[in-house]
Write a protein that binds this ligand. Structure first.
Ligand SMILES: C[S@@+](CC[C@H](N)C(=O)[O-])C[C@H]1O[C@@H](n2cnc3c(N)ncnc32)[C@H](O)[C@@H]1O
Length: 280
């Protein structure tokens, strides 16, 4: 590991806005050594423990360096923002900025998104942003909008809470639309090339869409690189409000009719530009 990374990891320990729990704090072994999630002490207590004011909490999952979390937080002091990522060297940048600027409404959590239900209580989160998530072309269970992840989010997203997906991946955009359709979820806004064609707003009078302008006025780190390359950026917002189906499982279901092959081919090769710049 390079000195730069070691220095960042050491500095991360000093940031009050950055929570870095060890895996053992949220994992335990059940019967047959099956791994079980257990609640972290901050679950249900983010506003009291981490923030200056008791305000709606917005998550960004896979926030990388935290640019989007920070930009939204500076734009919306009336809300609290938490960026989540597993990479400490990336989180360092956002946590350092938030610390130096003494931002009262920004926090970061270093964990795997798979463990996220261990950290948030029912209704504790008002909105979730998924920004430029890996489309996981070959691993449907790993997609951050797969039914498995939506089940996790539903355990803590407030009723009516919004999930925002902003991505360069048309594959992930279409896959998410298929999951939404299969589960009868309400779509609020959609666009497949937001900087050139704008957004279609399905619920224009919805008070929760208070800052639609942010969708195009605020860019993530990856997004700025995709924009430099002239790639279209897509966006979807939806809620998880679905009347539970009576036939068996309460869980979200996988889409039966999503044409994986077609959309994988349409996606083309994954962008490789970012490795040098994004790893820093
Ligand atoms: C392509 S980057 C996008 C970063 C940022 N959202 C942006 O747009 O600049 C995806 C980020 O998601 C994080 N990530 C991917 N899968 C994750 C997981 N299962 N748990 C935690 N973080 C994850 C990666 O570490 C990476 O920083």
């Amino acid at each position: 590991m390079g000195h730069g990374k070691l220095r960042k990891f050491a500095e991360n320990e000093t940031f009050r806005c950055l929570l870095q729990p060890a895996a053992e704090e949220v994992m335990s072994h059940g019967e047959n050594k099956a791994l079980l999630l257990k609640d972290h002490p901050i679950k249900g207590r983010w506003n009291q423990e981490m923030f200056a004011a008791d305000q709606p909490i917005i998550l960004e999952l896979g926030c990388g360096k935290g640019d989007y979390t920070i930009a939204l937080a500076e734009r919306h002091p009336e809300m609290n923002f938490i960026g989540v990522d597993i990479k400490g060297a990336r989180l360092w940048k956002g946590a350092k900025y938030a610390t130096e600027k003494a931002l009262p409404n920004v926090a970061f959590l270093r964990t795997r998104i798979e463990f996220i239900p261990a950290f948030f209580a029912p209704g504790e989160v008002a909105e979730i942003w998924l920004t430029f998530s890996d489309p996981q072309l070959k691993s449907p269970n790993s997609r951050l909008t797969s039914p498995l992840f939506l089940d996790r989010y539903r355990s803590f997203l407030a009723p009516g809470g919004i999930v925002h997906l902003k991505t360069d991946s048309r594959f992930l955009h279409e896959y998410t639309k298929a999951v939404i359709a299969a589960n009868g979820l309400p779509v609020l806004t959609s666009g497949t090339d937001i900087y050139h064609e704008g957004l279609t707003v399905f619920a224009a009078d919805d008070a929760r869409l208070r800052d639609l302008a942010a969708v195009t006025e605020v860019q993530t780190f990856y997004e700025s690189m995709f924009l430099e390359m002239g790639l279209p950026i897509t966006y979807l917002s939806f809620t998880l409000d679905r009347p539970f189906v009576s036939s068996g499982s309460r869980n979200f279901i996988f889409p039966a009719d999503f044409d994986e092959k077609f959309w994988r081919e349409a996606e083309g090769p994954r962008r490789t530009f970012s490795h040098q710049r994004a790893k820093q």
